[in-house]
Design a protein around this ligand. Structure first.
Ligand SMILES: C[S@@+](CC[C@H](N)C(=O)[O-])C[C@H]1O[C@@H](n2cnc3c(N)ncnc32)[C@H](O)[C@@H]1O
Length: 251
């Protein structure tokens, strides 16, 4: 995993070639059977490698989830239990796969995870689902930001009947990096949260460029952006300008 912490300050995310192959990630032993991730070296886009913001989100989820349930040690939004997880811009699938492994080996609560990205990355995500043996828990799908949502991800049906399997947790790691994509990502976050009980959003973010503030300033019109600092490796990630936010939809 050499080079994950490399410095890309000031650059639009490059197409890296240094991380070809398979890596085992146990997150300091917090995952008994380590996550196996195949990285394609950027062949299918910048999501073909593991990014540090993804590692932050895995670390947070592992620290705040006990043996019984996902994020049950994180004080949030009442007693909500997360059962339907959607990851945006998953890349290799790292974060969603981490949740899938926890569900498979620990929780057994019928938690379903959708890992999504541009269509070109679906085969890599699928490969990583198979590498980790979590095809019952995790599904890989194309989801382009800014496009109309698939019915399965939309918060309510067209005729407004209540749905089962409504997304209740959205994860996004290192998805704020390309100015052209800011309005598209914002549109998708708005569409996913058009509901009386919107899903909880956890977004990890590596600060690279001053322009990123345009994204956060814009979404503050519709979301409270709350920095989450209460986790063990907060200071370590801060040194690498990597942060965690909860976005809470305001109406
Ligand atoms: C920097 S990578 C982060 C990958 C992964 N979350 C991680 O932390 O390792 C950003 C991801 O956002 C995805 N992405 C960029 N624009 C997108 C769009 N318009 N629709 C869907 N995904 C997009 C990229 O394909 C890429 O996988």
């Amino acid at each position: 995993m050499d080079g994950i912490f490399g410095d890309f300050e000031g650059l639009v995310v490059p197409r890296p070639v240094e991380h070809l192959g398979n890596s085992d990630l146990s997150f300091g032993g917090k995952l008994r059977s380590p996550l196996k991730i195949h990285e394609d070296g950027g062949e299918s886009g910048c999501g073909g490698k593991v990014w540090i913001a993804g590692e932050l989100l895995c670390d947070f989820i592992l620290e705040k989830s006990g043996t019984e349930d996902l994020l049950n040690k994180w004080p949030h939004d009442g007693e909500r239990r997360f059962r339907n997880v959607l990851e945006l811009g998953s890349g290799t699938g790292l974060v969603g796969l981490c949740v899938g492994l926890l569900e498979k080996n620990r929780f057994h609560k019928n938690i379903g995870v959708h890992i999504t990205d541009i269509d070109q990355l679906v085969p890599l995500m699928q490969r990583n689902i198979e590498l980790n043996g979590v095809s019952k828990e995790v599904v890989a799908e194309g989801l382009w930001w800014g496009e109309p949502l698939l019915e399965s991800f939309a918060p309510s049906t067209v005729d407004n009947l209540p749905k089962t399997n409504v997304v209740d947790l959205i994860l996004a790691a290192d998805c704020v990096y390309l100015e052209d994509a800011f309005p598209l990502l914002e549109r998708t976050l708005l569409d996913l949260t058009e509901s009386e009980t919107p899903p909880v959003i956890l977004m990890s973010y590596r600060k690279r460029r001053k322009a990123d503030k345009h994204f956060f300033n814009k979404i503050k019109k519709n979301f409270d952006v709350i920095e989450v600092k209460d986790f063990t490796k907060y200071e370590m990630y801060l040194k690498m300008r990597t942060h965690l936010f909860q976005l809470a939809r305001r109406f």
